[in-house]
Every structure is written in C-alpha cells, then in structure tokens.
Ligand binder design. Structure first.
Ligand SMILES: Nc1nc(=O)c2c([nH]1)NC[C@@H]1CN(c3ccc(C(=O)N[C@@H](CCC(=O)O)C(=O)O)cc3)C=[N+]21
Length: 297
C-alpha cells in the first residue's frame, strides 16, 4: 500500500552523529588527561552470547580511540555468581576504573538484579542500578541508560523541543522502554508505553508524533501505522536471513515518516557513544569536576 509512495523521510544518521559525539568526548577526555586523569571503562562478559561479542569488540576499540583505558574481563559461562560478585567488588575498589559494564544477558544461573545492584552506582555507566533508576524516575542526577540517552539526543537534534509531542514507546524493558519513557517525560512529551498486550496498537501508533520501537521483533511496526511526518526511532537489532534489520519496516515507514533512523547505522552506534559519554561523566564526578558539556540530559 505504501510501496508506491516515494521515500520522503529524512534519514537520521546515528553513525555520523555518534562519530561527532565521540570526537567531542575525545577532546574533553584529553582535557582531563592534561590534569592527570585518564578515564577507565571495565567491561565484563560472562559466556559467549554472539551478539554481545560484536558489541564488546567495537566498544573496546572506540574506548581506546577516545583516549580512555579499556579493561576487558571474560569469564566462562559456568562462572559461579560469587566469583562475578568478587570481580565487581575489585572493580568498585579500583581507582583506575571509572565505569563498569556487565554485559547482559547473564547466564541463567545468575540473578541479574543482584549482579547489577552490586556495581557502585557511581560507576554504573549502564544506568541499570536501582539507585540510578530511581534517580532518573524522580528527576535527580543519575547515570542514564545508554540506548535511551542516544535516542533522546537524536530526537532533540531533529525536533528541537519535544514539549507537548505525542510519544509512543513500544516495549517496556528495563534497559530501553522504561528509561526512554522517563527521558521523554522529562522533556515534557506526552508519553504512552505500549507492549505485547496493548489493544489496537496500529491506531495508537497513528497518533504518535514520535515512535520509539524497542520490541525485538523484525519489521514489527508497519508503514501504515506511521502518522505522516512522524519521527521514528528504531532500536531493534534483529539478525535475519536478510541481514541486520530493525523493529520497523523501514522501506514502508520511510515513505510516510518525516524522519527515521536506519538499522544498522542508527541507534546502535549511539549506544556505544553514550557509554563513552557516561564513562566521561562518571570520571568527572569521581574527581569533583563539573559534568562534561552536552553529554548528560
Ligand atoms: N550491559 C549491557 N549494556 C548494553 O548496552 C548492551 C548489553 N549489555 N548487551 C548487548 C546489548 C546490545 N548492544 C548493542 C550496542 C551497539 C550495537 C551497534 O553498534 N550496532 C551496529 C551494527 C553492528 C553489527 O553490524 O552487528 C548498528 O546498529 O549500526 C549493537 C548492539 C548493547 N547492549
């Protein structure tokens, strides 16, 4: 139905935006280095989830490219939870480590909440610790989850103010949907969070000026769900026979939307750039410096 229309949406180039963001982070990191401070990010990977491997590799490279130290800890899938908690304790106590990321998902014998909440909230660059979740929800200074922060930066860059916009977040996960809703609310959008039980999702979506799709199902959001001119942010990373695709039927949606992020090259690179932004912010706060410019919401 939408296939006959021309592609009119502006492409929101997350890859280019993320590269510019990393360049600003590198400049600010070298300013810290001049004061004898080198930010350090520790990434802990338990087991060998293939999607996680890709992420960890590009993350390590980009961390070094912006002038930060990268520490990688790979543990076997059958590592006892107590051993992981002992490693987290060591990283919490290590002054060279300003940020700690424990790659999710964890093997099923571990309790993710116990592991995440063992991280020093000041080093919780994922923003998943319950203290940071509560701070974000109550408008206090927090570490903000990387993917929603990246989406917010792209939205603000494209739209300017989000005030009064109808925003639909599709997906209610702790890592994307819920913190995304909090950030949109803070920017005075009118926020709806939809999920697998939401009634009449297509009609709800047709009222949205902003759609953030984070459901984890390839091409779940159809082109004829999109309000003409809407801004569409696709968080999905789905590996299919057609390669990496998002949660939005891009070819159809790009004929209706005002602007849309591609997959790959949209939100994914922003997630990594925001991880580096959070590491710089954590380093600044740990050293009593003001928050770096333009990296926090
Ligand atoms: N504690 C934790 N924090 C995370 O932030 C986290 C995690 N666990 N577990 C795994 C997911 C996945 N994730 C991605 C980040 C960037 C890309 C990315 O840069 N994607 C590229 C494509 C990469 C490719 O070609 O496969 C893009 O979209 O353009 C993908 C996936 C972060 N995650």
């Amino acid at each position: 139905m939408t296939a006959s229309l021309p592609i009119t949406a502006k492409l929101i180039d997350g890859k280019a935006f993320a590269a510019a963001l990393r360049a600003r982070i590198a400049t600010q990191a070298s300013g810290m280095a001049a004061q004898g401070i080198t930010p350090g990010l520790a990434v802990v990977l338990v087991g060998e989830d293939p999607a996680s491997q890709v992420y960890v590799r590009s993350k390590g490279r980009m961390t070094r490219e912006v002038g930060m130290n990268s520490y990688e800890h790979r543990l076997p899938a059958d590592t006892p939870q107590a051993d992981l908690l002992a490693l987290i304790d060591r990283l919490n106590a290590d002054p060279a480590v300003n940020g700690i990321l424990v790659q999710l998902p964890l093997p099923s014998h571990m309790d993710e909440f116990s592991v995440i909440n063992a991280i020093d909230p000041a080093k919780d660059v994922d923003g998943f610790h319950i203290l940071n979740v509560g701070r974000l929800a109550t408008g206090q200074k927090a570490m903000v989850p990387c993917t929603p922060l990246g989406c917010l930066m792209l939205l603000r860059d494209h739209l300017g103010s989000l005030s009064g916009k109808n925003a639909l977040v599709i997906g209610r996960s702790n890592i994307v949907g819920k913190p995304m809703a909090q950030l949109l609310l803070r920017d005075s959008a009118t926020v709806t969070v939809a999920h697998s039980r939401t009634a009449n999702l297509p009609d709800l979506c047709r009222q949205a000026d902003i759609v953030v799709a984070a459901v984890g199902r390839a091409h779940f959001v159809r082109g004829d769900w999109i309000k003409p001119g809407a801004t569409v942010i696709d968080v999905g990373i789905n590996r299919t026979d057609d390669g990496l695709v998002g949660d939005v039927d891009f070819d159809a949606a790009a004929r209706v939307a005002g602007a849309i992020t591609p997959v790959p090259g949209g939100v994914g690179p922003m997630t990594i750039a925001c991880l580096l932004a959070n590491t710089l912010t954590a380093t600044a706060r740990a050293n009593g410096l003001p928050d770096p410019d333009g990296l926090t919401p």
